[in-house]
Design a protein around this ligand. Structure first.
Ligand SMILES: [Zn+2]
Length: 351
């Protein structure tokens, strides 16, 4: 447990440094930045002052029916920002059967969890029976406590362990406040953890009444406890962060292990029929073939970093040399690729 704790502290420090790095060299074109300031002066000034990745007090969600009884929700700016490679808030969804409802993700605060609950109320009066968190990350799980007591929360064991660790959870909240905003309700979050706990390799099936949903663990994808949700009849799939958004978004190897991530994403890709609808962790629905970009990126990253290690380069030299021109375009490229993915892959391949 102590080892887990110190690892998380290191990760928070790494993330903090990385995000600062990102904001230090904001890659938004100057004219677009000017436009943003002109159209939303108060909000832009506020965000700039606080250096937010996105503002948990300003995000608006919208929901769309993607199959009978199957809905995705995502931020209203996702459609515009995803193709340009800008980061947006969390996406999720819900599935309505004849008897009950399953929800994917609970968002970062009460304000956003209430938006999700409002969408469900607009669509059905059936009770919510299950809520699945794809990982322990706060933007996917902090809103759990807002859901009715009767709801069973489904998590991987590692997600529950992270959230049950009081000290680690409070540190995580402070971290989230720093990048998603103070006084946006993140401080008020109470850890509410799983009632149904899944293990590695799990396949857990629920029947909502003529609507089956599978919750699957395919392996290490970004954290130790990533869950994927599949509605077989309608071929709809939720991924959480391991597939963050359409290209040019890249995987964030915050905990390294690129070879495991690659193996898991290949497994996921092979599992999905070509005509499946994939709801990523932070964006509008995409196609299974959009995952190929991430797979090719990880293969190139592995090859280039392995070369660098074999040639005796230092990590700094590797960061400077490995620019992967075919995979640029993500607004967070500098800090996700150069700041996080290259050094973590270098560390793993130097062992
Ligand atoms: Zn996320």
């Amino acid at each position: 447990m102590l080892k887990e704790m110190s690892k998380n502290v290191v990760k928070l420090a790494l993330l903090s440094a990385s995000v600062l790095f990102f904001f230090g060299c904001n890659s938004m074109p100057a004219d677009e930045q000017l436009m943003a300031e002109k159209t939303e002066p108060a909000q832009a000034a506020e965000e700039k002052k606080e250096n937010l990745v996105w503002d948990a007090g300003a995000v608006q969600l919208e929901y769309h029916k993607i199959a009978p009884g199957v809905y995705a929700y995502y931020p209203t700016d996702a459609q515009e920002k995803n193709p340009k490679g800008y980061p947006v808030a969390t996406a999720g969804g819900f599935v309505v059967g004849d008897n009950e409802v399953l929800v994917v993700e609970s968002m970062v605060n009460k304000r956003l969890a209430d938006q999700v609950l409002g969408f469900i109320k607009e669509v059905t009066d059936k009770p919510i029976r299950y809520l699945v968190n794809t990982s322990y990350h706060g933007d996917h799980s902090y809103g759990n406590y807002v859901f009715p007591k009767s709801v069973s929360i489904i998590q991987h064991r590692k997600t529950k362990e992270f959230m049950d660790n009081k000290e680690g959870f409070e540190a995580d909240k402070k971290f989230m406040v720093q990048y998603f905003g103070a006084n946006r309700g993140i401080e008020d979050v109470i850890a509410r953890t799983g009632d149904i706990i899944l293990e590695d390799g799990a396949l857990y099936e629920v029947d909502l009444g003529n609507k089956k949903v599978e919750i699957r663990h395919f392996g290490f994808a970004q954290t130790e406890g990533d869950l994927f949700i599949w509605v077989p009849e309608d071929k709809v799939f939720w991924t959480g962060n391991p597939v963050v958004a359409q290209p040019p978004a890249l995987p964030w190897l915050l905990d390294g292990k690129h070879e495991e991530v690659l193996a898991t994403l290949k497994k996921v890709r092979a599992f999905l029929p070509e005509d499946a609808v994939v709801v990523p962790g932070h964006g509008v629905p995409i196609q299974p073939k959009d995952i190929d970009f991430k797979i090719r990126y990880l293969e190139s990253l592995h090859k280039e970093v392995k070369n660098a290690v074999e040639q005796g380069m230092t990590v700094e030299e590797a960061q400077k040399t490995i620019t992967l021109p075919d995979f640029q375009g993500y607004a967070l490229f500098d800090w996700v690729h150069s700041g996080v993915n290259v050094p973590n892959t270098y560390k793993d391949l130097s062992k």
